[in-house]
Design a protein around this ligand. Structure first.
Ligand SMILES: [Zn+2]
Length: 360
């Protein structure tokens, strides 16, 4: 042997534990011990979500500290007390993180994301900013683990969870060859929407943001225009110019800001579809919107929250196909000890997606 301690035998591990606002501390915790029906994962890669950042900065009522965050991961099953599970020791996996605790009509409809009877990894159960994470028995039983069978790398596969959330919106937008699409917000989620729109054959994909650094990053993608959101509203004119004066058939708001929601209603074409992918802060959810756009333009507005299992499956399959430009998303990788560096990188727009490698 090379003298290294076999990582699997350790009893204590370093994990990024959320202890309260602005406190994400890498500290020693017990390696999880398994109960009947549970599975232990060795985490290879876990990307930092915008919600991890939001929790770090503002807290989240659903998360009671101490809690290990991180829910966008790719891992290998290293221990199992679930012999009948759909995955076995040695399998590389990703996870649908919504765990249904009681069936109701939303679950029966296949809309698990909407049930009140759900728990979520990294919110109610410890997450994957750690070398090991255990999967609750109920999640194993529900088939929430998906076996990765291609050689796609761990960082790219960690995108399955956020991409599934985007798929949820697209499952109602029905983008196709006739559509021009605008995405407001050029962060990782916005660029996922833009990439999905392109893959679905949209005629034109326009991305808007008020951060020039993000727009520079956006230009690396296959899009038709990257527009700076201006205080004088001239970006709205630019959208009209790019769409023969009509506005966009599909408009997706991927930034948590009321002015962006208003812009979406403004730039939408008549009979357009608008998706409010991002919500507003829970402390201030009331926004002045010109709702006459909805009336006179006969807009169809949809929301989007979390993801259905079918969305996760679709994202998983798309990543497997190699058709999704996953390599453009992970701009930074960091060892777990440096996880706090991820937040300013994300906020400044210097990074698109930061992926934590707990094994390094
Ligand atoms: Zn996420």
């Amino acid at each position: 042997m090379d003298g290294k301690i076999n990582q699997l035998d350790v009893l204590i591990m370093k994990a990024a534990v959320y202890l309260g606002k602005e406190q994400l501390i890498v500290q020693d915790v017990d390696k999880p011990a398994l109960d009947e029906g549970e599975v232990l994962l060795q985490i290879h890669a876990c990307s930092v979500c915008g919600t991890d950042l939001r929790t770090y900065r503002h807290g989240d009522k659903k998360i009671i500290p101490p809690r290990i965050l991180g829910h966008e991961f790719c891992a290998t099953v290293v221990e199992s007390r679930a012999p009948d599970a759909n995955v076995q020791i040695g399998d590389r996996v990703v996870m649908y993180i919504v765990i249904v605790s009681e069936r109701d009509r939303y679950v029966e409809m296949g809309r698990e994301n909407l049930t009140a009877h759900r728990t979520t990894m990294s919110y109610h159960h410890d997450g994957a900013f750690a070398p090991f994470m255990k999967v609750p028995a109920i999640a194993v039983k529900q088939g929430n683990l998906f076996k990765v069978t291609s050689d796609i790398n761990n960082e790219h596969m960690s995108l399955a969870e956020p991409l599934g959330c985007c798929m949820n919106a697209h499952s109602r937008l029905g983008i196709g060859l006739k559509d021009t699409v605008a995405v407001i917000g050029a962060g990782p989620i916005g660029m996922m929407h833009a990439a999905l729109a392109r893959l679905q054959g949209a005629q034109k994909v326009i991305v808007l943001d008020n951060n020039p650094a993000r727009l520079e990053m956006a230009k690396r993608f296959d899009i038709d225009a990257a527009l700076l959101v201006q205080a004088d509203g001239s970006h709205r004119e630019q959208v009209r110019d790019l769409t023969d004066g009509y506005g966009t058939d599909v408009t997706i708001v991927a930034v948590s800001a009321a002015p962006a929601q208003n812009d979406a209603l403004e730039i939408a074409a008549k009979a357009g579809r608008v998706n409010f992918f991002a919500g507003l802060p829970k402390s201030n959810p009331i926004a002045p919107l010109d709702v006459n756009h909805i009336h006179y333009k006969e807009l169809v507005i949809s929301g989007s929250y979390s993801e259905k299992k079918s969305d996760f499956q679709a994202a998983f399959a798309l990543l497997h196909s190699g058709r999704f430009p996953a390599e453009k998303f992970i701009t930074h990788t960091l060892p777990l000890e440096r996880i706090n560096e991820a937040f300013p990188l994300m906020e400044s727009g210097a990074a698109l997606k930061v992926c934590i490698l707990p094994g390094t």
